[in-house]
Ligand binder design. Structure first.
Ligand SMILES: [Zn+2]
Length: 290
């Protein structure tokens, strides 16, 4: 009897010790995971405090550019819609001045493509956009499109939108600073586009990129919601960045309808795909109507 009891006691002691070790392990694990969680949320709140237009640090991607992926459909009966919920919005007018937008501080994997002027018009341009499921805000100046404005109407059937790049594309400082001339140029092109394409533009892109308070006021008075500049461009077959060496979420990219459209588009697509970004319309990132 004694022997059996002792044997049982030894088994009980072993059992208690094993349970004790297991409990210790569970307690240590839960401490570790709490520690991890608090580190993660600290990193997130630090990220949240990054101000708009503060250069963001990115780890350079070592991935090869993806094959061009079908992220947005191009059936004209189903216009392309924004696929990422906007987590930031374009600022509203302040003191009667249109805000100037260079990029949006979004965390969504989106980039905003803009294509300017409209001088070069060949059917392969729309084809390339559709083949790659791209949408863009297209900033036209009447100077460049008066010979064939309806060439650009087809782009809108596939989800792109036409915006305002002035009537005559003036880029001299005195012209930029003249309220009256800016109003003629911006309101004149808004009216022309409304008549030609059936939609009034909401964005103005300053020819050459320089802007003034007079221009911001004239743009607002003509009903424009923002002056849209850019932070990166596809130009001469390669990408040029104002900050860093690759595209980041929320970047506004400038391109042109030029003879080198295909080379510029190739450079843009490679830059976009290497960062796992896709195009969306800047127009969908307006603040919700009140
Ligand atoms: Zn231009």
């Amino acid at each position: 009897m004694m022997t059996t009891n002792t044997h049982h006691n030894i088994i009980n002691i072993r059992l208690i010790m094993t349970l004790g070790v297991l409990m210790m392990a569970v307690i240590i694990c839960s401490f570790l995971s709490t520690d991890l969680k608090s580190t993660t949320s600290a990193a997130a709140s630090h990220k949240d405090s990054v101000k708009p237009h503060t250069p963001l640090k990115h780890v350079r991607s070592t991935q090869k550019p993806k094959p061009i992926a079908a992220k947005q459909h191009n059936d004209p009966s189903h216009p392309q819609r924004t696929t990422a919920a906007p987590d930031v919005h374009i600022p509203t007018l302040e003191d009667g001045l249109a805000p100037v937008v260079t990029s949006l501080p979004t965390k969504q994997p989106v980039v905003f493509l803009t294509i300017d002027d409209g001088a070069h018009k060949t059917p392969d341009e729309l084809q390339t956009m559709n083949d790659n499921h791209l949408v863009a805000s297209i900033f036209l100046a009447r100077l460049f499109i008066a010979d064939n404005p309806l060439f650009f109407a087809d782009f809108t059937k596939y989800g792109s939108l036409i915006e305002n790049h002035s009537l005559n594309h003036y880029i001299r400082p005195a012209e930029i600073e003249s309220y009256e001339l800016q109003k003629q140029e911006i309101c004149g092109m808004a009216d022309y586009e409304q008549q030609t394409y059936g939609r009034r533009p909401i964005f103005f892109r300053p020819p050459g990129g320089a802007y003034s308070v007079a221009m911001q006021r004239a743009a607002a008075d003509c009903g424009m919601k923002a002056i849209v500049t850019w932070i990166a461009k596809a130009n001469g077959g390669s990408m040029q960045y104002q900050i860093g060496d690759h595209l980041r979420p929320g970047d506004i990219v400038l391109m042109h309808f030029r003879p080198e459209f295909q080379q510029d588009m190739r450079a843009f697509l490679d830059a976009m795909n290497s960062q796992n970004l896709h195009t969306e319309l800047l127009e969908n990132w307006m603040p919700p109507a009140k």
